[in-house]
Design a protein around this ligand. Sequence first.
Ligand code: ZN
Ligand code: ZN
Length: 166
Amino acid sequence: MLLDLSKIVDMPGASVDFSVSLDLSDLQFGSCAPLKEPVTCSGTVRNTAGVLMTKGTIHAHLNAVCDRCGEDFEDDLTYPLDVVLVTELADEDHEDEGIFPLTGNFADMDEVIRTVFILNMDTKFLCSDDCLGLCCGCGVNLNHGQCRCKKEIDPRFAALQQLLNQ
Ligand SMILES: [Zn+2]
Ligand SMILES: [Zn+2]
């Protein structure tokens, strides 16, 4: 969405609200594309002493596969949007992740939200922070069941067993 800011670029104190719904289903993280539903963002661009402060909240619903246990899971994500829009991008600003240029008096909110979302996104997906994962021995999902690996016999216990057998 292109947001028209012509009413506020030269008006300190003025603001424009926005609400964007964005298709990010093409975004791949590892082997999955977890954003099957549109990502939404609503917020406000405010001309604060000539600077276009842009604040809002990004919401996304995640359909992903847990990196630890391999199960499908869903999660709701909320990220803050807090960037500055500028009419001209000075060369030294190119490195700053929180500054986006306008095209004329328009802000490309899709581009802004896409960039902020990717920067915030975790690179690891976990169904829960304390996911127990799979046992590397028997492959059981430890969130649901007990490890079925044969327990190694304690060597001290084995020695005692030998004595008893004699
Ligand atoms: Zn898991
Ligand atoms: Zn096991």
